[in-house]
Design a protein around this ligand. Structure first.
Ligand code: FDA
Length: 391
């Protein structure tokens, strides 16, 4: 099929934003999605309420080999632009925590806004359409699919990363990048729970289901959010956040008493003022009781019987608990993929490949990974919008 200005492959957040925006600029676009339905990840996001952006979205909340790359798109299509767009459709939202905005009407409403705009603006959308081959012939991209061949001078790849293969995630974008000689930063699971060796699991497993407020650090990066013990190790927002900064072999430091300046001073003062109190009772004043009990197992006896050295060890265990994950739960459980099409290959203004005119990459397939909390959708909206200005 001919007569299109652009072919967009991938009907997720970035592809839909790009299609609606390009079509609103009277570009003739066709969007090809291999799943039967559009926007699978939008629908399951935020527990079905879609954490569609973050009030604080800005370049500092993104990980990339080039931390400046995301600035241009994020500043030209901001969280406020997306918010005003959905507001015109009568969508309302609420902030849950830390600037995270969720849709009151549910994730399906966000998807409906995007697909309605695509249709109103005249974008053609084909679902259940598998791409068989992409080629370039005298400045025209040809995409052979199960629904026939499509031709256009521009091709936008919006097929996301590798996270959650059972939802249709593929390495298609990386394959196209390689086909056209573009560098790809190794894709890795991010925003993902950690797994641990049996020795660590002996402590963690019995605590499965316990959540605690914690500061979790790796290198110079820290997040304060909830940590959750699981049967496989550690999860919860604080762990997911730090997982995006973690590399195999590195230690993660956990402060389970983030409101105490120095937990050693607190422990010593408690020993002096109430020496008959059991450690588990004291710790349970600041920690969930099951966690307090599990930590105190190593130091039975009343506080008065504990030496300064022992108090220091307890303080270290609570405020500077070093753990070395054995790995992560991988792409099966990862919310996003870190790495992707190298930013050095793309224009940050247009998202077009510098050495391959007409070829664009947007959304999660690019080496820009946001924090947990609506930042990844904002990148999808911003990068999709940016590319659409140049199709
Ligand atoms: P996305 O993955 O959304 O879309 C890619 C599309 O391309 C898919 O429809 C896929 O089927 C299609 N595709 C893939 N290969 C293809 C091929 N070969 N041919 C044709 N089509 C192909 N983020 C956030 O900001 N707030 C949140 O609340 C959440 N919640 C959340 C929950 C869960 C469980 C997950 C897994 C992820 C999130 N995220 C999130 C992350 C967010 O979903 C993600 O960053 C964006 O969906 C990325 O948008 P893209 O459009 O780039 O990829």
């Amino acid at each position: 099929m001919t007569g299109f200005d652009a072919i967009i492959i991938g009907g997720g957040a970035a592809g839909l934003m790009c299609a609606r925006e390009a079509a609103s600029r009277e570009r003739r676009v066709v969007l090809l999605e291999h799943n039967k339905a559009l926007g699978a990840k939008i629908l399951i996001s935020g527990g079905g309420r879609c954490n569609f952006t973050n009030e604080d979205a800005g370049p500092n909340a993104y990980i990339s080999h080039n931390p400046h790359f995301a600035k241009s798109a994020l500043s030209r299509y901001t969280q406020w632009d997306f918010i005003s767009m959905i507001a015109t459709h009568g969508v309302t939202w609420h902030e849950k925590t830390l600037g995270q905005l969720f849709c009151d009407q549910g994730a399906g409403r966000i998807l409906k806004v995007l697909t309605d705009e695509c249709h109103q603006n005249g974008a053609k959308i084909l679902t259940g359409t598998k791409v068989e081959k992409v080629s370039l012939d005298a400045g025209t991209y040809r995409v052979a699919t199960t629904a026939g061949e499509f031709e256009a001078p521009s091709l936008v790849v919006a097929t996301g990363g590798l996270s959650i293969p059972k939802m249709g995630a593929t390495g298609f974008a990386y394959d196209i990048a390689k086909q056209f000689g573009l560098e790809v930063e190794a894709p890795e699971a991010a925003l993902v729970p950690f797994t641990f060796s049996d020795a660590d699991l002996d402590f963690m497993k019995p605590l499965a289901g316990v959540a605690a407020d914690a500061v979790v650090s790796c290198g110079r990066t820290s997040f304060r959010e909830a940590l959750l013990f699981t049967h496989r190790g550690l999860s919860g927002p604080a762990i997911l956040q730090i997982s995006s900064y973690w590399h195999p072999g590195e230690a993660v430091t956990i402060n389970l008493l983030p409101d105490l300046g120095d937990s050693f001073d607190w422990l010593r003062a408690a020993r002096d003022s109430r020496p008959k109190t059991a450690l588990k009772t004291l710790l349970a004043e600041k920690l969930p009781s099951r966690l307090a009990e599990a930590i105190a197992l190593d130091w039975p006896g009343p506080l008065g019987s504990l030496s300064n050295k022992q108090l220091q060890a307890i303080s270290d265990r609570c405020s500077r608990w070093h753990v070395v994950p054995s790995g992560t739960e991988g792409f099966k459980k990862a919310e996003v993929t870190r790495g992707g099409i190298s930013t050095s290959e793309l224009s940050s203004k247009t998202m077009e490949a510098k050495k391959q005119p007409g070829l664009y990459f947007i959304g999660e397939c690019v080496d820009v990974t946001g924090w947990l909390g609506g930042y990844n959708f904002q990148w999808a909206w911003s990068s999709g919008w940016a590319a659409a200005q140049y199709l």
